[in-house]
Ligand binder design. Structure first.
Ligand code: GLN
Length: 196
């Protein structure tokens, strides 16, 4: 059985664990760096990226997470998790992990609409995906090897760059598991082009 870790320092951990199990894989909450070692893939959940970063530093997760990225195993960042993966964060001198070739901006959808739902057309999915956005970031620009999978309101909200998948919204908060399923399928095809 495929073992998918969820970084369990802060944020929407339980919902990702439940979604992974619903997709038929083993979900593993990751609270210590050593728990990264026997995983096939890792989810960085949504939450609050500066808080998560503080906890990453406090529990000495940064180098182990970058080592994990170097193995080529898939990593999926949702919302704050996308901010953690990004190579550049607008307005900040340094990225967090900095492994995914995208530049992101935090809190992109306006203060008055901190949370909303939208039906998204996602490349490779045959029907719209109802997505929950909560103080969501968006991808301002993507490198040449990054495939844009979805735009909403003229903004990139989902993309894939090699083994890294990122989205602005929270796929784990709905009962539609197609995106998590897609991520789990990246385990065996991580360097191939996209087909959902
Ligand atoms: N606004 C949050 C941040 O910048 C992300 C919000 C989320 O993950 N739902 O970290």
């Amino acid at each position: 059985m495929k073992r998918i870790g969820v970084l369990a320092l802060q944020g929407a951990v339980r919902e990702h664990l439940q979604t992974i199990e619903a997709c038929g894989a083993k979900a593993v909450p990751v609270k210590k760096p050593a728990e990264l070692l026997d995983l096939d893939a890792l989810v960085l959940p949504g939450g609050e990226s500066t808080t998560m970063r503080r906890l990453i530093d406090r529990y000495r997760f940064m180098d182990p997470l970058r080592d994990f990225a170097e193995t080529g195993k898939p990593m999926f960042g949702t919302c704050a998790g996308l901010i953690l993966l990004a190579g550049e964060v607008a307005g900040y001198e340094e990225p967090h992990l900095g492994v995914m070739d995208v530049k992101v901006e935090r809190n992109s959808f306006g203060r008055q609409i901190d949370s909303f739902e939208a039906d998204l057309e996602i490349k490779g999915l045959d029907a719209p995906f109802n997505a929950v956005f909560i103080r969501a970031p968006h991808i301002i620009s993507a490198g040449p090897d990054t495939e844009v999978l979805c735009e909403y309101d003229g903004k990139i909200v989902m993309a894939r760059n090699a083994q890294f998948l990122g989205c602005s919204f929270h796929p784990e908060l709905t009962l539609d598991h197609r995106i998590t399923d897609y991520f789990i399928n990246m385990i065996s095809v991580e360097h191939q082009s996209i087909t959902i």
